[in-house]
Design a binder for this molecule. Structure first.
Ligand SMILES: Cc1ncc(COP(=O)(O)O)c(C=O)c1O
Length: 444
């Protein structure tokens, strides 16, 4: 982040401005339409809690590039580390001539992820690629094939991860056939479950489906997001994750936590599994790991991670030296700046304000989330019927007023907030004021 980037929302033109409109026309002509955009404004600079566009507009960032720039955009330590690395060398391929940065990232992941058992790591580029590799490793270890995922899950857009992802539009529709041996179990979704379905009961319901429809003798892995991301920031009831993990251990099934979105201080713990002391066999990380550079990882029990034969895992760019330098600087920033604690402060500020908003507005059915991963689920008053039109209207009005906010959820009715932890309280409060106005304007 440049020292001159003012931490102030500022609208210099209509949204989108003339330069962005020009670039959008070039995008439409040159970029495949399958690549969509949430806001039609083109960025030139970002840092702290601000994204600035080509027309001189400054937006308050409640998206972090989908939960990536947790330490902030162009965070000073990340910039310095990447600058040093880019001058030294940009690539050798770790599988050809290795370098220390990759090993240091693996050591850091082995130290920081849940559990004090012996661990090993392998590095990749994207979240989806790491999820795929976690499955490869689990299959090699168990010599079994089936994979269980959950309702509302999102694990990526590659062939295997499309099969694992729940939602058809826009992620899967027309792109099949999908990878076989992927089965879906019911989730714990407190807002939509009957009141008597606590975490234990929801786990029993899921385990029953798994035992009846798959069988542990065929099952290599259970993969779950400890808090679901794209599916709607669904926080399972307490006890759900520990019961599933326990069942996996007792039945020779690898328990894989997909912490691509929740990892690295985002939820007010270093990892979302830490909240209930759940220790996954394998944990998949990406997004917030490297301050915006593409990096992902699988970390887990050494004996599972070592199941693959030599050269069974890898890829040209996995653990690229620039991304590794960025990851080490990101981890240093999280530790030095107390960002886990900062995420809890953000949680407190946002939940307090959103609960007050909910008290006056029956269209806000649920307020949930942890740390700087907070959402509101919108419904038709007096029901739990999803209201995606309202989510779209509030988001559009926030965009026009200079706040970057994203929607998500199987029903498209969830507004999600993922501010960078480098954002100041004033900007957060201002963004919440704007959202309040957006709700008032979006009258039925
Ligand atoms: C939980 C989860 N898993 C996997 C992915 C896929 O990551 P990527 O987009 O880096 O492939 C995402 C991306 O949003 C995610 O949220």
């Amino acid at each position: 982040m440049s020292a001159t980037l003012e931490q102030r929302r500022h609208l210099a033109t209509e949204i989108p401005g003339p330069r962005s409109r020009e670039l959008m026309a070039r995008k439409s002509a040159a970029v495949a339409q399958g690549i969509g955009t949430t806001m039609p404004v083109f960025a030139v600079e970002a840092g702290g809690g601000i994204v600035k566009d080509v027309d001189g507009n400054s937006f308050i960032d409640l998206g972090s590039g989908i939960a990536v720039t947790t330490v902030g955009n162009s965070a000073p330590r990340v910039v310095e580390a990447v600058r040093e690395q880019v001058e030294a060398f940009t690539h050798t391929c770790f599988m050809v001539t290795p370098y220390e940065g990759y090993v240091a990232v693996a050591e850091a992941l082995n130290r920081l992820t849940p559990g004090d058992h012996d661990k090993k790591s392998a590095l990749f580029n994207s979240g989806a690629e790491a999820v795929e590799n976690a499955i490869k490793i689990a299959r090699a270890h168990t010599k079994k094939q089936a994979v269980v995922v959950f309702d509302h899950a999102y694990h990526g857009r590659t062939n295997l991860t499309m099969a694992m992802t729940a939602k058809s539009m826009p992620y899967k529709s027309g792109f099949g056939p999908f990878a076989p041996e992927v089965y879906r179990a019911p989730l714990s979704y407190p807002f939509r479950d009957d009141k008597q379905v606590d975490g234990q009961a929801a786990a029993r319901r899921a385990i029953d489906v798994i035992e009846k429809q798959v069988g542990s003798g065929n099952l290599a892995a259970v993969v779950i997001e400890p808090i679901q991301g794209e599916g709607g920031f669904i926080v399972p009831a307490d006890g759900f994750l520990p019961a599933l993990a326990e069942w996996c251990t007792a039945n020779g099934v690898v328990f894989i936590a997909d912490e691509v979105q929740t990892g690295f201080a985002r939820t007010g713990d270093l990892f979302a599994c830490d909240h209930e002391g759940v220790v996954p066999d394998l944990i998949v990380t990406a997004k917030g790991i490297a301050g915006g550079l593409p990096l992902s990882a699988v970390t887990g029990r050494a004996e599972i991670m070592d199941a693959s034969h030599v050269s069974g895992l890898g890829g040209t760019y996995g653990g690229n030296p620039l991304a590794c330098a960025a990851a080490l600087a990101t981890i240093e920033t999280i530790e030095a700046e107390g960002l886990v604690e900062r995420a809890r402060e953000v949680q407190h500020l946002m939940l307090d304000r959103l609960h007050r908003l909910q008290a006056d507005d029956s269209r806000i059915g649920d307020v949930r989330g942890r740390g700087a991963m907070i959402a509101v689920e919108l419904v038709r008053p007096g029901t739990t019927d999803p209201d995606p039109e309202l989510a779209r209207a509030v988001a559009a009005s926030a965009h026009q007023a200079g706040v970057i906010v994203l929607t998500c959820g199987t029903y498209g009715n969830v507004l999600r907030f993922l501010p960078p932890l480098a954002i100041g309280d004033e900007l957060l409060v201002e963004a919440l004021d704007i959202l309040t106005t957006a709700f008032q304007e979006a009258t039925a």
